[in-house]
Design a protein. Structure first.
Ligand code: GDP
Ligand code: IMO
Ligand code: MG
Length: 435
């Protein structure tokens, strides 16, 4: 089988710079598809004066000739989706004829958000620090076989019946979760939700189709498909730092399930990692730092959530973590972002392994104390920055295919002889490049 599919995944806890990377790589692909998560994701793409933060629509939409797919594995808040479409259209980016949404993707409803907030605050529950978008409860309903799928929005009688049933149940759950503060529980009205979602369904209807068929037919024609991961390996429901994870399969395996493209179609998996590390929300973070140094890194890296605005926790590059992500995803190459954020540090600790008690063992690397912002040529980098990259490459035993030196498209170093270039060359017959 022709292998023209490439998966791009976050190798840490999300926000690695997947948006920038997917936008860059998208010029080599005809199709860009999301396969999991929802509008908990925030993928930033900076093009000149424009800063786009895409949440549900794949970043490939910003390339005029690329087609964007929201696969069956995604959970969709139709309100968030229609807003995103409107934002793109008002920036002059038309999605008509280029956006395809799976009939089988599940729908996030207002009570999912409420139940999530209630659960986060309920006594005795672990506080995950979610994005409160209703992602977890929507996946719960999917797995519980009581979810609402996109195609159900087009069948008014069954939509009404579904919402009537669900609202009864969800109101009871919300009341139970809010026991200690009954006034916080909002009662949902099934008729209002029904009317709203019927109308939202009509808005998205032109985009809805069987995306598994669409993608498989494209793959049969040899067209190149980029599968855009959201979140990161350590947020994977199975392999991440459970329970401090998201509710979907963020790792490469999830790309097949979430699109209907078979594993035999996959040519490669590419990881994205920062040159250091961040995390938003609760849960373990072995290399986390606090205090003035953390504040400085957070400021320089602008480490505030793209979706919730929360300050991101920051820490050092963690070699065992990347090795773990490389194993789970079968990474062929790694793209390192935000090298420039380290420019002002006199020394840079790197976690090279963990002590038996789980605490990191660091090796300190000398900093380069010169700006690398916007550099595009590997040989232009200060020698110590190159040493840092070579040190990381040796420790993680992975090809480094690209290095990002700023948020913009052209602030990127393409490593010419890398495995990444080989992969892109293989999947992209020159005549197919989408530009
Ligand atoms: P994603 O969720 O993986 O797509 O990442 P986010 O967009 O949430 O967060 C990454 C942030 O870093 C965004 O604000 C990007 O514009 C920014 N960014 C990406 N690459 C670089 C880089 O190489 N240097 C700097 N300074 N910022 C970057
Ligand atoms: P992108 O795609 C970083 C985190 C939340 C929380 C946990 C569960 O931009 O990398 P959820 O709302 O998914 O149930 O929250 O996962 N989280 C992210 N952290 N980047 C993301 O997406 C995230 N999506 C969810 O902060 O800790
Ligand atoms: Mg993000």
């Amino acid at each position: 089988m022709h292998q023209s599919c490439v998966i791009v995944v976050g190798a840490q806890w999300g926000d690695e710079g997947k948006g920038k990377v997917v936008d860059l790589l998208a010029s080599h692909f005809q199709w860009i598809a999301r396969y999991q998560g929802g509008h908990n994701a925030g993928h930033t793409v900076v093009i000149g004066d424009h800063r786009f933060v895409l949440q549900l629509i794949p970043c490939g939409i910003l390339r005029p000739n690329a087609k964007a797919v929201i696969g069956n594995g995604v959970v969709i808040d139709p309100l968030a989706l229609t807003k995103e479409v409107a934002t793109l259209e008002s920036a002059g980016i038309s999605v008509a004829g280029r956006l395809f949404i799976s009939t089988r993707a599940h729908v996030i409803l207002p009570y999912h958000r409420l139940i999530e907030t209630a659960a986060e605050n309920a006594p005795g529950r672990v506080k995950i620090g979610t994005t409160s978008r209703g992602i977890g409860p929507a996946y719960e309903d999917k797995m519980g076989r009581r979810g609402l799928r996109v195609q159900d929005l087009f069948d008014p009688p069954s939509l009404r019946a579904h919402i009537q049933n669900a609202v009864g149940e969800k109101n009871a759950i919300a009341r139970a979760l809010y026991q200690s503060e009954p006034n916080a529980a909002r009662e949902f009205n099934a008729e209002i939700i029904y009317a709203d979602y019927l109308a939202l369904g009509e808005k998205i209807r032109p985009y809805v189709t069987d995306t598994a068929l669409l993608l498989n037919h494209a793959a049969d024609r040899g067209e190149a498909i980029l599968l855009e991961g959201a979140q990161g390996a350590l947020l994977d429901i199975d392999h991440g730092t459970y329970p401090f994870v998201t509710s979907s399969s963020t790792t490469a395996g999830g790309a097949c399930i979430g699109t209907g493209l078979a594993p035999t179609r996959i040519r490669a998996a590419i990881g994205v990692s920062k040159a250091y590390c961040t995390r938003v929300g609760g849960g373990p973070f072995p290399t986390e730092i606090e205090g003035p140094l953390a504040d400085a890194l957070r400021q320089r890296g602008n480490e505030f959530g793209s979706v919730t605005g929360r300050p991101r926790r920051v820490g050092w590059f963690d070699v065992p973590l990347i090795r773990y992500a490389a194993m789970l995803n079968g990474l062929d190459s790694l793209i390192l972002t935000k090298l420039d954020v380290l420019d002002e540090l006199p020394t840079i600790p790197v976690c090279v392994d963990l002590h038996p008690n789980g605490t990191p063992r660091y090796e300190e690397r000398p900093g380069w104390l010169t700006s690398t912002v916007g550099m595009t040529d590997y040989n232009q980098l200060p020698p110590r920055a190159r040493e840092y990259l070579e040190f990381l490459a040796a420790k993680i035993q992975l090809d480094i295919g690209m290095i990002s030196t700023g948020p913009e498209r052209d602030q990127t170093i393409v490593v010419a002889s890398s495995r990444l270039q080989e992969i892109l060359h293989d999947v992209t017959p020159a005549s197919h490049a989408a530009r």
